[in-house]
Design a protein around this ligand. Sequence first.
Ligand SMILES: [Zn+2]
Ligand SMILES: [Zn+2]
Length: 371
Amino acid sequence: MTEPQREWFEKDYYKVLGVAESASGKEITKAYRKLARELHPDANPGDSVAEERFKEVSAAYDVVGDEEKRKSYDDVRRMGPTSAMFGGGGPGGGSFNVGFDDIGDLLGGLFGRSGGGRAGGRQQQTSRAQQGADLETELSLDFADAVNGIETEIHLTSEATCSTCNGAGSAPGSAPTRCGACDGSGMQNDNQGFFSMSRPCGQCGGRGSLITDPCPTCRGSGGEVRPRDVKVRIPAGVKTGQKIRLKGRGGPGRYGGPPGDLFVKVRVKDHTLFGRQGRDLTLEVPITIPEAVLGADISVPTLGGEMVKMRIPAGTASGRTFRLRGKGGDAGDLLVTATVLIPDHLSDEQRAAVESFAAASPGSPRSHLEV
Ligand SMILES: [Zn+2]
Ligand SMILES: [Zn+2]
């Protein structure tokens, strides 16, 4: 017989919670919340009787508050421990922890099962340290800042390390005490015949320590949701959709676990003039027919705002691209594509000029295509 089964067989959790065996899940939860509030260590400082009752109530709710465990529990109570054990289900990996997770769920309402991420639920808890959840936030960047890089601040409201206890979970001035049930290891062994199973300590929920005086801000969870500013250095050349990882700036770790990471997803605003190609900038520059034919010195803008001179060589075809080295911001080049403007309306004078140019240009450029 396993320890929890013996416990199940011997203890009337319904009585502990003051509900009928036929009570609905809702009624059980309601009864538990009421009792837990009354018996909570915060409300009864130094009252060891209330604390014992609180643990009992939590342990009871841990079983009958869970539909599947409640079924197994009812089976154990009805048929005896062993038959129920082979009857499927059973206590399995259930943890009988009276933990401050529960308190956090109940009174803080912010953490626990809603957190997601790597934080995990209290039922899966197998080791005491838990890494904080990874968080993601978005940052909109001006084109120039994305090209050149920038150091900026992000404002976000999220789970963060509790500012009162610095994540420790204990009220300032107090410290968690070593769990006596598991001697600080967080694990307990069940020895029965061939099997020896390890499970998280029922007293401390696998943490190895007990918070005797919970932090008033976070109620012992070590985390709180609050607005915060996070400095971020955006490297030069980021593109829309890229994520910048800020190690350790995500959700707070629990029970000594490391914090998660914060991912900053970048969105870069378009520029009216410039585009990007790799780490270079692109710019389209219209030129006239005479400029294309005869060549010209022209001025083009750069991202920094100043104009730079460049030479359009005589005989430049429309679409030809020139590379202006180092003019693209952050060590990139500026790729200038010249587009020859073909006028769709001509003055009489222009028409005469083009006609005389045609007259002076005998022969066909397509002679090589004739068969
Ligand atoms: Zn705190
Ligand atoms: Zn323990």
